[in-house]
Design a protein around this ligand. Structure first.
Ligand code: MG
Length: 302
């Protein structure tokens, strides 16, 4: 079984120009649940001045809790929390999983969250303490693990060290991100070789962007190394802020299509995902980039 972490309603929408209102975002999450996705990132407790796309994330989370009873649900609905204040909001909303983020590039961290890698780890301490106290799972995102838009190539040893450090801090899983979508499979392999033990312990997820068309090849390479969790977004939502017009996260439809074709199970109904893509394209007022959604499923019998 391969676990897909749907990041469209957060990581995806956050990087789109078009803002979706509360009710559309809520409906999107419900459609994603209906398609069989078990883990859906539903929002970010960040300043809506900085990231207007994520406004009302608390209200969305509360509504999701009314509908699915987050604490008792088999589904996971993680939210992103940048700091202790975000974590306080998360507690109000009864969530059971949060995500924290840092980057493997010093310059990217400064540009993105205005602090050094070391300082970002200091910010994690109060968040992780609160999480532990309230039995909340914490997922760590590590961005720019292969290339940084400012620094270029990132040293694999650095990525391996930071991923291990996030796990030691108390994250149950670390998502290794190719934020600008530039990695080739051989580069992915180098990082994964350094994380063999952690992969065996099911503590590593991969987060690929399809900016340059290498995402599915990188998924395939990661599968060879035993990775069983992948992040993706419906319709490839997300774009790449450093490559105007580029594709975003690997699309959930495309990754699920490939996995099912390989005989791997995901528990996801691909036809429903394609329908959600069509519905969402109308709301986004643009075609979404999934190739599978565009082409449809092939006929299996004459
Ligand atoms: Mg992403």
């Amino acid at each position: 079984m391969i676990r897909i972490v749907e990041v469209g309603p957060r990581d995806g929408l956050q990087n789109e120009k078009k803002y979706l209102d509360f009710s559309v975002r809520l409906e999107l999450i419900q459609k994603l649940v209906d398609s069989g996705l078990k883990t859906i990132e539903i929002g970010a407790f960040v300043s809506s001045e900085k990231i207007p796309q994520m406004a009302q994330s608390l209200e969305i989370t509360q509504k999701i809790n009314d509908i699915y009873n987050i604490r008792k649900s088999k589904n996971q609905f993680p939210v992103l929390v940048p700091n202790e204040r975000g974590m306080q909001d998360a507690l109000k909303a009864h969530i059971k999983e949060v995500a924290i983020f840092t980057a493997a590039s010093e310059t990217f961290n400064q540009a993105n969250i205005n602090c050094s890698i070391e300082e970002s780890f200091e910010r994690f301490h109060p968040v992780l303490n609160l999480a532990k106290k309230n039995k909340i799972k914490v997922r760590g995102y590590l961005s720019t693990c292969f290339y940084c838009p400012y620094e270029g190539k990132i040293k694999p040893q650095k990525v391996v060290l930071l991923a291990k450090r996030l796990l030691q801090l108390g994250c149950y899983e670390v998502s290794i991100g190719d934020t600008i979508g530039a990695a080739a499979p051989t580069e992915v392999a180098t990082v994964l070789k350094g994380l063999k033990t952690e992969i065996r312990g099911k503590k590593i997820a991969m987060h690929f962007h399809d900016t340059r068309g290498t995402a599915l090849a990188n998924v395939l390479e990661s599968l060879k190394y035993g990775v069983k969790t992948f992040d993706s977004s419906i319709g490839g939502l997300g774009g790449c802020p450093y490559a105007p017009g580029a594709q975003g996260n690997v699309s959930t439809e495309d990754i699920v299509y490939m996995l099912h074709g390989m005989g791997l199970k995901t528990g996801i109904n691909l036809q429903k995902l394609i329908e959600t893509n069509q519905w969402l394209s109308e709301k986004m007022e643009k075609p979404l980039v999934s190739r599978v959604a565009k082409a449809g499923l092939p006929k299996l019998k004459k």
